[in-house]
Design a protein. Structure first.
Length: 487
């Protein structure tokens, strides 16, 4: 077994020293430019938020999962890449969407001034390049709640971030929204980017990590690559005053550009991309609840490859390629909990590199058709999200839960025979309850009687507006034919 590095906690004196030393700030600024702006680039401390916007304190039912009559026996958490709600569903009838967005007048200025409002243009199936979507671009896009800084993310000057899909370009996703639940208040767990966001999908925290890995030219990934480092808040050493200061700087991020970001980055330290945190698979394993994490090894999105005790322990056997999911469904061997992480390229819909959204939608259709044709469908709940906003416009201000986020909204589809009926074209509904990635974990925890892991999943709404277990389930599957995609 390959040992991982020892992570030594940073003492508060060192945090204060980094924050107060001007020379260190200059070094940090250089790091920010390299790490935080380019597109490829324990508990989280902060305020404890209140309940979701439904305000009714509802909890999702927790039927005995061993009872064959239990409504939900399989949960599938499908996580795609880099899209915002308004980019995919901003024009969906009845949803809280937008078809125009605010901008910043001059992104090179030291103080951002509001610019004109512009229409969201029709998004092509193949986008010419990626957009900035790291921690700093997330803060600048939100701009203290003005939601108008998207033209200031890297490569955002061509206004590609102010584009929008429709039923014409995303017919399958819109058909799922027509029939099931479209959640229009589902936020990303942090400001960005991919690596720490995916940690939230398994652990309801990111160990304070705020960025992707530094090296991409070494074989292996995360715990399998000793050269990889990233930045993190030393959350175990931050005082309440530190947290209040960081959150104030995040809220006021554009009053002094880039000085406010430099002050935030002064709190960061370097860490290996191989960490040990409690994950939901740990809780499931302990209780004998079946699970699998369907993801390719050595991919950006494989969060469990960055968790040392998983990567170098027996649970790694349950981290399997995505196409194994199809085999398990067809053999009636779908576990109680599945994470489904599409391969890189067309399937995950990450902008740039000639990725075709049509092909990505077809991949989703293939996997959902397999589930709906299977014996598992009557007792299955599927949650589809995209892992961060990708630099694309969204108009709804995220709640500021703690120093990590929340980040801009993700598209979110909740699919099951048991979803709440409503006024969408095929009987589906809009769910405006406030969710984040931890809400899916909380739903699974409640379903199986598991205790929460962090403040995030402890307070998260467990998808309470998405299901109605008192109604008759709609068991007829929605089988969608894949479409021909232009190259």
């Amino acid at each position: 077994m390959r040992p991982g590095p020892i992570i030594r906690p940073v003492r508060r004196a060192r945090v204060r020293q980094r924050r107060q030393t001007f020379g260190a700030l200059v070094v940090v600024l250089t790091s920010i430019l390299a790490w935080q702006f380019w597109p490829s680039a324990g508990q989280e401390r902060g305020e404890t938020p209140g309940p979701g916007t439904n305000g009714n304190g509802r909890q999702s039912p927790s039927p005995d999962p061993t009872d064959p009559r239990a409504p939900i026996q399989h949960v599938i958490f499908l996580i795609k890449e880099n899209r915002s709600f308004d980019h995919y569903f901003g024009s969906y009838p009845g949803a809280d969407g937008a078809t125009e967005g605010g901008t910043i007048e001059d992104c090179s200025a030291t103080t951002f001034q509001d610019g004109p409002t512009v229409p969201l243009t029709e998004a092509p199936l193949i986008l010419p390049h990626d957009l900035g979507h790291a921690f700093a671009p997330g803060l600048y896009s939100i701009n203290g709640g003005k939601m108008n800084g998207y033209n200031c993310v890297p490569l955002g000057e061509d206004m590609m971030g102010y584009s929008q899909h429709s039923r014409k370009t995303l017919p399958a996703y819109w058909a799922y929204a027509d029939r099931f639940v479209l959640a229009d208040a589902f936020f990303t767990s942090m400001f960005g980017p991919t690596f720490p966001e995916h940690l939230y999908t398994v652990a309801a925290q990111s160990y304070g990590i705020v960025d992707n890995k530094t090296t991409t030219n070494v074989e292996g990934n995360y715990c399998d690559d000793d050269t990889e480092i990233t930045k993190r808040f030393p959350i175990e050493d931050l005082t309440d005053a530190d947290v209040q200061e960081i959150m104030a700087l995040e809220k006021d991020i554009t009053s002094e550009v880039p000085d406010q970001l430099i002050r935030i980055a002064a709190y960061w330290e370097s860490t290996r991309t191989c960490i040990d945190i409690k994950t939901l698979p740990d809780l499931l394993e302990r209780r004998g609840i079946s699970w699998k994490y369907y993801a390719n090894a050595d991919s950006w999105m494989n969060a469990l490859q960055a968790v040392r005790h998983v990567r170098f322990g027996p649970m790694w056997d349950k981290v399997q390629p995505p196409d194994t999911f199809l085999q398990d469904v067809r053999r009636d061997e779908l576990p109680a909990v599945s994470w489904l992480i599409p391969p890189e390229g067309h399937p995950n819909e990450h902008p740039g590199s000639m990725t075709n959204v049509c092909e990505g939608e077809n991949w989703t259709v293939e996997y959902l058709n397999a589930v709906m044709r299977s014996e598992a469908w009557p007792n299955t709940a599927i949650v589809i999200v995209w892992d961060d906003f990708g630099g694309f416009y969204d108009h709804v201000e995220p709640p500021h839960y703690d120093i990590m986020g929340l980040g801009p909204r993700t598209p979110a589809l909740i699919i099951s025979p048991w979803t709440t009926a409503g006024d969408n074209p095929d009987g589906g509904s809009i769910d405006s309850t406030v969710y984040e990635f931890s809400s899916v974990l909380r739903f699974i925890e409640d379903l199986h009687g598991l205790k929460p892991m962090t403040d995030r999943d402890r307070q998260a709404d467990p998808l309470s507006g998405a299901f109605d277990f008192e109604q008759e389930p709609r068991l007829d599957p929605l089988i969608i034919e894949p479409r021909d995609c232009p190259s």
